[in-house]
Design a protein around this ligand. Structure first.
Ligand code: OAD
Length: 251
C-alpha cells in the first residue's frame, strides 16, 4: 500500500466514533530535540545502559547516573511538544469510543501537548523517589544545580522515578492498558516512534490486532513490529500524525 492509500485506510477507520490504542516511544519526541536510545545518534550507541539505567549502575555510581538524568531533565524542560504529540492529543479528543495512550517515554511531552489518558509504563523523569522510603518528589522541588546525586531535605538519597533495566514496569500503567483492551476492542492501534523491542509492547499491539484493530506503525525506520502491521508509514511522526486528522480523501 502506498502512503496515500495507507493514510486513507487509517482516516477511514478513525472516522466516526473510533476507539484507539496509541503506543509511543522515543521517536515521537525526536522532533522536539530529545535523543532516542537506539536510532541514529541514540543514547545507547555511545553509553552503556548497564551503567546509566540499571539498579546496579546506580548503586555503583549514583552521581554519574544523576548527572546523566539531570542533563536529560534540562533538555526535557527546555523542549516543547511537537506536531506529533499535538495530533495525538487531538485524536484523543475525537476518539469518542475510548482512547488509551501508552508511552514508554518519561518526558511528559504528551501531557504538555494536552493528552489526558497517558500511561507512562517506564515512569517519569520529572519526579524522583526515595531509595529507602516511598516518597515521591517532583523535580521542580529539587535543586538540580546542586552537585549530584540528588538528596531529599533530610539527606535520603533519591533516584529518578523511572523504570530501569531489570525492574518491573509500572503496574498502574500495565493495568490501564489491560483494562482498556478488556473493555472493548480498539478500531485502530497506532505504534509510533518505537523500536518495539520489548515483549509487552509487541504483545499489546498484536493483541489489539487480533481483536480486530487496524495495526499501523509510524516510524521513518520501521522496527520489529512492522512485519505484523497492516499499515507502515515510514515518515516522521510530526509529519504523519497531523495528516491523520485531515478529512478522508474523496478521490
Ligand atoms: P528507541 O530509541 O529504541 O527507538 C526509537 C525509534 O524511533 C526508532 O525506531 C526510530 O527509527 C524512531 N524514530 C526516530 N525519529 C522518529 C520520528 N521523527 N518519528 C517517528 N519515529 C522516529 O526508543 P524506544 O522504542 O522508546 O527504556 O525504546 C524503548 C525503551 O528502551 C525506552 O523507554 C528506554 C530504552 O532503553 C528504558 O530506559 C528502560
Amino acid at each position: 500500500m502506498d502512503d496515500g492509500g495507507a493514510f486513507d485506510a487509517l482516516r477511514e477507520r478513525l472516522a466516526g466514533a473510533p476507539r484507539v490504542l496509541a503506543i509511543t516511544g522515543a521517536g515521537i519526541s525526536a522532533e522536539s530535540g530529545i535523543s532516542t536510545f537506539r536510532g541514529a545518534g541514540g543514547w545507547w550507541k555511545n553509553h552503556d545502559p548497564a551503567r546509566l539505567a540499571s539498579p546496579q549502575g546506580f548503586a555503583a555510581d549514583p552521581a554519574l547516573v544523576w548527572e546523566w538524568y539531570i542533563h536529560r531533565i534540562r533538555t526535557v524542560l527546555a523542549a516543547e511538544p511537537n506536531a506529533g504529540h499535538r495530533a495525538l492529543a487531538e485524536l484523543e479528543r475525537r476518539a469518542s469510543s475510548g482512547f488509551c495512550l501508552l508511552t514508554q517515554n518519561v518526558d511528559g511531552l504528551h501531557q504538555r501537548a494536552g493528552s489526558r489518558r497517558v500511561h507512562e509504563i517506564h515512569g517519569t523523569i520529572l519526579q524522583a523517589r526515595g531509595t529507602r522510603s516511598d516518597r515521591r518528589v517532583p523535580v521542580a522541588d529539587l535543586d538540580i544545580d546542586a552537585p549530584p546525586p540528588l538528596r531529599a531535605a533530610d539527606g535520603e538519597l533519591l533516584r529518578p522515578d523511572v523504570v530501569w533495566f531489570g525492574e518491573t514496569i509500572r503496574t498502574d500503567a500495565y493495568r490501564a492498558v489491560e483494562t482498556f483492551l478488556d473493555q472493548a476492542p480498539p478500531d485502530v492501534c497506532l505504534v509510533v516512534g518505537t523500536s518495539g523491542m520489548f515483549p509487552y509492547i509487541q504483545a499489546w499491539a498484536i493483541r489489539a490486532r487480533m481483536a480486530g484493530a487496524l495495526l499501523a506503525e509510524i516510524n521513518p525506520e520501521p522496527g520489529d513490529l512492522a512485519s505484523s502491521c497492516d499499515i507502515v508509514i515510514a515518515r516522521p511522526a510530526g509529519e504523519a500524525l497531523p495528516k491523520l486528522l485531515e478529512p478522508a480523501s474523496t478521490s
